[in-house]
Design a protein around this ligand. Sequence first.
Ligand code: NAD
Length: 498
Amino acid sequence: MRLNRGRTATSSLFIGGKWKSASSGATREILNPYDQSVVRTVDEGDRTDALAAVAAARAAFDGGPWPSWTPRQRSELLHRTAEYLQRDRAEIARLETLDTGKTLVESGIDVDDVTAVFRYYAGQAEADSGRVVDAGDPTIRSRVVHEPVGVCALITPWNYPLLQASWKVAPALAAGNTMVLKPSEITPLTTVRMVELIEEAGAPAGVVNLVLGAGATAGAPLVESPDVDLVSFTGGLSTGQMIMRTAADTVKNVALELGGKNPNIVFADADVETAIDHALTAVFFHAGQVCSAGTRLIVEDSLHDAFVAELVARTERIRLGNGLHEHTESGPLVSAEHRDKVEAYVRLGIEEGAKLVAGGKRPDEPELSHGFFYRPTVFDDCTQDMRIVQEETFGPILTVERFTDEDGAVTLGNHTDYGLAGAVWTRDAARAERVARRLRHGTVWINDFGPYLPQAEWGGFKRSGIGRELGHEGLAEYRQAKHIYENTAPVPQRWFAR
Ligand code: NAD
């Protein structure tokens, strides 16, 4: 990423209902990872901008029209945003592809998924949330109501920029919060577009604020600010740990969606053809830059050789290219720095003694030489304690381990500090259920890999995170319960000074 100071800014920060340049005048060029061309120049916000955005969100939560909006009005705001997302689907998908390198088909699916999330929370905004409590005394009226948490800092990563933002923005709005959104500095473009659509949909000034910029300068002040009530973060483990520590100073609510090292367990009785096909998409979709990527293939010993041979043959045929081109199956990695990291992991895998059986290099095609491409890579003969098996590489690297019985498969599947997602492939329904229940991961797929539903909670066990997005719990993160206890027949207690 190239950072410039003193250039004309492009007004891409949204604070208190106004589009603004960065207070310092700094800008950043956003590069297309396919060829390093500049897609757009955006403002590079810093602490001053972040704190201005917090002040705007605080003012809009504590006063102004927003607190008196009814759930119905909030629901309509979300419905309108969903409608505009679909209206501008082609343009937004193209922008996401230019920004991230993913294929246009993937970006289109993302826009549809994001639309579905807005529609789901439009419905949830109006769902009954309070409850009456029977105090056991007819003179007491007790009820629990759910109120918004307050000002939310929503910090998102670069791999699914629009999608991850929607998982936070939609429930936060449904619950009546105000917010400051801080997308990844690497891929902010579709988040800017989403905020424009929410503005067009009629959100009052200060309800949704947008700050662009680096994590340390534009993100950290949001986490430190005493005026922020909740931080919802999606990103890497070490950043999440830092955010949790910082948030402790002001006792903020914290929701963390962190990394994963996700097992894909294949028993010999599986539908092998389908399992191979899904094993490829599980790990190589979006060049492996997916938190729930199936990077650990754990295959039954008797099936191993045939399975891996076919998988490697198909891996070699994966077509890399420009995400805008119809025939491209996978785009580049997001940045030069990220490709360096992936390459370092491949070197490490070789040093650790894993057997490189596919990829392990940049592509040979000259037309790909300007992009951050890396060939889909497979390591066989891996063992559970190798770093390549344990650490999140976040790239197109598959490791293969073997098992001989069900207990062994589960032990391997759980042998990770992470706990985001995993899958089991078998035709034995009872075994599928047993394994699914024993895997310590927030999502488990049976005979599938990757889908999620707006209605079903998403989140991590263990070091994959705290809290849930999507589903009912994804909304509950943005609400707090208040107990209202009413005594309809008060009498003196005469405890003191009788
Ligand atoms: P990252 O942790 O580097 O950055 C994420 C966001 O945090 C960015 O907006 C960044 O600017 C910001 N940030 C960085 N330092 C900060 C600080 N000190 N204070 C406040 N904000 C700060 O992560 P990334 O490289 O952008 O994303 C990849 C990671 O995200 C992977 O580990 C992946 O597994 C994870 N991820 C998880 C999920 C999930 O649902 N669990 C989904 C997508 C991505």
